[in-house]
Design a protein around this ligand. Structure first.
Ligand code: AMP
Length: 292
């Protein structure tokens, strides 16, 4: 979304975006640092999601540098499975992110409502994630916090990776422990160096969670979850909904040695993905019935 190069007075000064450029609609959600609203850009009528991040809260949590990193990374990305950050601006009280509107909301809520997804739906989401991660990794971006809460859906049910708060632009090994416990790779739990393979690990966790409704290493305490991740203590509950092919894929992704973990390309080529995923990115004939 570009601001016109010529302003209303006819001179060629490039204008900055301002809050007054948008008509504000309903609140879409609340985050740690502010609120997200549905909004319409007044001149073009373009519908967007406006994320308002209050400076007071940013200062309280010392989160400035993280946010600028997030803005820098997300605004440089353009992929159908990555939520677009069109532009941003600030005033005395807040920073405003002009984001692509994801009308389908959080994947997390859809999963909670349905308990689990069908193999067709799960494989389609995993294939969409692989495509997005291939694009990110090609651009030297590691997301490091892929989880259902950070995945949004558009009106057609196409998956979009959002929230680049933990992402880094790097082709070198990293050490910071980040992300959410259930989704952490063993090398992160053990505070060893890590690279883009931590995102691949998360695909195995998500694939399991989509099919069974819970992440594989969830346990009564953080300590137990850490131990189970370190041992790759993987158990498959008895259920007729999950095929041996799906279990085979999960086992080949959730491998402790990150160099032996299935590559993104090999995940796309796996028979379960080939057989079940919809190349359009959503299950067109079955948009609401996720659990069959
Ligand atoms: P966040 O601060 O990014 O965690 O966003 C808070 C909530 O607002 C999310 O959980 C979503 O439900 C909603 N939300 C955030 N961004 C968007 C978006 N681009 N489109 C639709 N809903 C959004």
């Amino acid at each position: 979304m570009d601001k016109p190069a010529v302003n209303a007075q006819g001179d060629d000064k490039i204008e900055e975006w301002a809050f007054s450029d948008f008509q504000i609609g309903k609140r879409l959600g609340d985050g740690k640092f502010g609120k997200v609203y549905l909004a319409r850009e007044k001149v073009s009528g373009y519908i967007i999601a406006l994320k308002v991040i209050y400076l007071e809260k940013l200062e309280k949590y010392q989160h400035h540098s993280h946010l600028y990193q997030e803005i820098l990374i997300q605004s440089s990305l353009a992929h159908p499975n990555v939520l677009r950050l069109y532009t941003w601006f600030r005033n005395e009280t807040a920073i405003y992110l002009v984001l692509e509107y994801a009308a389908g909301g959080e994947l997390y809520k859809v999963l909670k409502n349905h308990g689990h997804f069908s193999e067709k739906q799960s494989a389609t989401y995993i294939a969409s994630l692989v495509n997005a991660l291939m694009y990110l990794h090609r651009n030297n971006v590691i997301h490091r916090d892929i989880k259902p809460e950070n995945l949004l859906l558009d009106l057609d049910g196409v998956l979009k990776i959002a929230d680049f708060g933990w992402a880094v632009k790097s082709n070198e090994k990293r050490y910071t422990v980040c992300g959410t416990i259930d989704y952490l790779a063993p090398e992160m739990v053990e505070k060893r160096e890590h690279d883009h393979a931590v995102d691949n690990w998360t695909l195995g966790i998500l694939c399991y969670e989509f099919l069974y409704g819970v992440p594989p290493f969830e346990d009564e305490s953080q300590r137990h979850t850490y131990q189970r991740i370190k041992k790759v203590d993987l158990k498959f509950p008895e259920t007729p909904f999950v095929s041996d092919d799906a279990k085979d894929l999960i086992c080949k992704i959730l491998v402790k040695d990150s160099s032996k973990r299935l590559s993104l390309l090999k995940i796309l080529e796996h028979p379960w993905i080939v057989k079940n995923s919809d190349p359009i990115g959503y299950v067109a004939n079955d948009p609401m019935d996720y659990s069959k």
